[in-house]
Design a protein around this ligand. Structure first.
Ligand SMILES: CC(=O)SCCNC(=O)CCNC(=O)[C@H](O)C(C)(C)COP(=O)(O)OP(=O)(O)OC[C@H]1O[C@@H](n2cnc3c(N)ncnc32)[C@H](O)[C@@H]1OP(=O)(O)O
Length: 192
């Protein structure tokens, strides 16, 4: 059973009902065998990030995505609290191995509130990662698919992400595409 449902980890970053009440029938992604938010696969569960996930391998999972640095528990908790204080802004969805209780997959939907387009919101999908021992089981697909549906459900008028060229095909299956004439520009202030 999911440790969140077990009542072990009470504090989740956002209300789990948002995830579990989501209309997954909106998914247009092909799965074989079928998986879903409520059934991501044998021995796995999908849930919001919890405060206790610092101890459940969350940071080492993120280190399979990029440089994480030495983040103390206090720093993790302070960042978690800061995100919690911005309701409807951070949806970090994780996949837990219910046997080991370790977090083995994660993806983020960050929602930016705007004045333009009649005070609309836009979504950004970030930090998609699946533990290398669990890849190829449709979990990456399920994470992105879930965040795409969630972004629509929480009212985003559009959703975007940044990725390497070799990932463009992977993301195009979710209806994402490079728009003609648009550029992504970036300036880095420090090497982290
Ligand atoms: C917006 C962002 O976060 S971009 C950063 C993406 N994350 C990373 O690069 C971190 C390291 N990589 C990973 O964690 C994983 O490889 C993920 C998240 C990209 C994919 O996770 P998985 O659970 O293995 O994916 P899943 O099983 O759902 O799908 C596998 C499909 O993705 C494709 N794929 C996986 N990784 C890559 C890659 N690096 N480049 C191109 N295609 C890829 C596979 O070819 C496969 O395609 P198929 O379905 O046609 O056979």
């Amino acid at each position: 059973m999911c440790s969140l449902q077990n009542g072990i980890k009470e504090e989740s970053l956002f209300d789990p009902k948002i995830l579990y009440d989501m209309d997954f029938s909106k998914s247009t992604t092909q799965y074989n065998p079928a998986v879903s938010v409520k059934n991501p696969g044998e021995g796995l569960c999908m849930r919001p990030l919890c405060r206790g996930d610092y101890d459940e391998g969350y940071m080492s999972l993120l280190s399979q995505l990029t440089k994480v640095g030495d983040v103390s528990r206090e720093e993790f908790e302070a960042r978690f609290t800061a995100m919690e204080a911005c309701p409807n802004s951070y949806y970090i969805v994780v996949i837990e191995d219910t046997m080991t209780k370790k977090v083995i997959g994660s993806g983020t939907l960050a929602v930016e509130q705007k004045f333009i387009r009649k005070c609309s919101s836009r979504g950004r999908i970030e930090d998609i990662v699946v533990n290398d021992q669990y890849r190829g089981k449709q979990l990456g697909k399920l994470l992105v698919d879930t965040l795409m549906i969630l972004s629509q459900q929480v009212g985003c008028y559009k959703v975007s992400l940044e990725c390497k060229d070799n990932m463009v095909n992977f993301y195009s299956q979710f209806g994402l595409s490079k728009e003609e004439g648009q550029n992504y520009m970036c300036r880095r202030f420090k090497e982290m």
